[in-house]
Design a protein around this ligand. Structure first.
Ligand code: SAH
Ligand code: DHB
Ligand code: MG
Length: 223
């Protein structure tokens, strides 16, 4: 059995027991695929991890950058208390439309708002609205802008907030100093910012599974 096959089998084992789907989650993936969206959503056990992180945070305000079909959004949205709110930013109209339907089917349409457009335009508008600080920010869009997204996340959070970045390892490309792909450079810049910024304490962990070899970075906002 190849390493990848083994990772797949273990993820299937873990997911079946600890992060099983349900009607809304399964339908969100089904309709995303049917609409031709790329199948790059977080894995179910990763979605459950995001939900747990939001619950540990006691999150009432969540920001997501990169909605796709709203699969990670459903996991995160379900962590919210009844008066909690999630704003998710998506560049592609088509993705946002699919996500809006998926979120409505999950019963989250009152709590979740999908904002369409380039996140670097949506973020300053959002900041102008002076929203309450976000307790959790999930960054999962175009990786070339990861450091910029992290800067905005810092402006939109407060002490104790958690910032999560997806896809920071990308099959090990992050550590290949000869790789100057803009996505890789953008993620390196974000990781360096986490390492050096006086208001951030963070780390990154590798993951293997149905999404291959990748990883998450987590950063806590300090005073
Ligand atoms: N968080 C989702 C996956 C997101 S995939 C999940 O796990 O279910 C990345 C998404 O970011 C795609 O839908 C892509 O269209 C969107 N994206 C790419 N560039 C963007 C930008 N500049 N602003 C906002 N969204 C962007
Ligand atoms: C890609 C993007 C993601 O957010 C992800 O989790 C996996 C893959 C991609 O653009 O290939
Ligand atoms: Mg991702």
């Amino acid at each position: 059995m190849s390493d990848e096959q083994l990772w797949h089998e273990v993820d299937d084992y873990l997911t079946a027991r600890l992060a099983p789907g349900d009607e809304a989650l399964d339908a969100a993936l089904r309709d995303s695929a049917a609409a031709g969206l790329p199948s790059i959503a977080v894995a179910p056990n990763q979605g459950k991890l995001l939900q747990l992180l939001a619950q540990v945070q006691g999150a009432r305000h969540i920001l997501e950058i990169g909605t796709l079909g709203g699969y990670s959004t459903i996991w995160l949205g379900r962590a919210l208390p009844p008066d909690g709110r999630l704003i998710t930013l998506e560049y592609e109209h088509r993705h946002a439309e699919v996500a809006t339907r998926n979120l409505a089917r999950a019963g989250l349409d009152k709590q979740v708002e999908v904002r369409v457009g380039p996140a670097l335009e949506s973020l300053p508008r959002l900041a102008d609205e002076n929203p309450p600080p976000f307790d959790l920010v999930f960054i999962d869009a175009d990786k070339a802008n990861n450091a910029r997204y992290l800067e905005w996340a810092l402006r939109l959070t407060s002490t104790g907030s958690l910032i999560v970045l997806d896809n920071v390892v990308r099959g090990g490309r992050i550590a290949d100093q000869d790789n100057h792909d803009p996505d890789v450079e953008g993620t390196r810049a974000a990781l360096e910012m986490i390492a050096e910024h006086p208001r951030l304490s963070g780390t990154a962990v590798q993951t293997v599974g149905v999404k291959g070899h990748d990883g998450f970075a987590l950063a806590r906002v300090l005073a």
